[in-house]
Design a protein around this ligand. Structure first.
Ligand code: TXA
Ligand code: MG
Length: 322
């Protein structure tokens, strides 16, 4: 599943940790690395991303190579806000305007028809582009210092767990970066909600902490329909630890597990609030993954719609098939 050792990537030839406190000076340095076509580990409120110049085909290709990501899986372009977004989309409809007014900056990605300015490498050849204005101050400052849009897929190897703290970035990913800006633990913890506004009714392609119900409060005709053709990059298995994960009503007492009640040895007690659970999820799985057990268990969360996004991530993480 995860790529094996490779030769040194261009970013960090010398080795050693690249994690830097996100001071103004470090952000300026990161912006100039991006201008030179290099890749930077960027904190966002959802998960850490691999930032690159969104208008540079070669930087984007390097991002795909580093993640071992299939070329048919499009990237999200990070912007400072609606103004920058509307320069990259060929239309900026009312639906985009109202969603951006309600949820930007924040964990919401909007898919719109793209302008030619966006290289086809960023969108996996699709005529649409995914746009998001992140709320994390360090991400916002980096986009500002760079002065343009940044592609940023989650900073995990293809299909793996997304990092929600700088120290959880995979060493093989780290080797391809010029630096990692440390923005602390991610507040949201799971990837943004993706809404396709490029054709047909607004379609929620990926669930996140902004729920389908919240989108429908603003756009009542929004749907949640995953057709393979319309939702590239949505795989049955995703966001997965290396150790097989099983969802169980009750975890065995002696196994590494995410539990709701009193934790046994090697188990992690998870919050009973869905937002707090999401914030903790990937770091907790990464922690259990390091134990080298045969199986990790996760106790099934409650059934309500407020748990939809967490259930989606657990289901994908526990699926063996690609
Ligand atoms: O929270 C997030 O969105 C994080 C942080 C770093 O911002 N980024 C992230 O990116 O999750 P990534 O590359 O792991 O996920 C991008 C997904 C694609 O797999 C695809 O499902 C969807 O966004 N996407 C991107 N462009 C699209 C397009 N043109 N049409 C449909 N879906 C698209
Ligand atoms: Mg990802």
């Amino acid at each position: 599943m995860v790529a094996g050792p490779r030769g040194p990537a261009p970013g960090n030839v010398g080795g050693g940790s690249l994690i830097r406190e996100a001071t103004a000076e470090a952000i300026a340095e990161a912006a100039s690395a991006l201008r030179a076509g290099k890749l930077v580990g960027m904190p966002t409120e959802t998960v850490y991303g691999i930032a690159a110049d969104a208008l540079s085909p070669s930087a984007i290709v390097a991002t795909y190579e580093l993640k071992r990501r299939p070329a048919d899986n499009p990237l999200i372009v990070h912007v400072s806000g609606p103004e920058m977004a509307s320069e990259l989309a060929s239309v900026w409809p009312k639906e985009a305007r109202v969603l951006a007014e309600s949820f930007w900056p924040g964990p919401l990605t909007l898919v719109l028809p793209k302008r030619d300015l966006i290289p086809s490498e960023a969108t996996a050849g699709l005529p649409s582009v995914a746009l998001r204005a992140p709320a994390h101050l360090v991400a916002a400052r980096l986009i500002g210092a760079f002065g343009g849009p940044l592609t940023a897929p989650s900073a995990n190897p293809f299909m793996g767990l997304s990092p929600t703290q700088a120290t959880d970035i995979d060493p093989f990913i780290e080797r391809g970066l010029a630096m990692i800006l440390d923005g602390g633990p991610c507040e949201v913890g799971i990837e943004s909600t993706v809404v396709d506004l490029s054709s047909g009714p607004p379609n929620v392609l990926r669930l996140g902490t902004i729920s389908l119900a919240q989108i429908r409060e603003i756009l009542p005709d929004a749907v949640h329909e995953l057709a393979e053709r319309k939702a590239p990059g949505m795989y049955p298995r995703h966001y997965a630890p290396q150790t097989p994960l099983r969802i169980a009503t009750k975890a065995p007492a002696d196994a590494p597990a995410l539990v709701f009640g009193e934790p046994g040895f090697g188990q992690i007690r998870m919050p009973s609030d869905p937002a707090a659970y999401a914030r903790r999820l990937y770091a907790a799985l990464a922690e259990l993954d390091r134990h080298g057990a045969d199986t990790i268990y996760a106790e099934a969360p409650p059934t309500g719609p407020e748990w939809d996004a967490v259930r989606d991530r657990l289901r994908k993480a526990s699926t063996a098939d690609r």
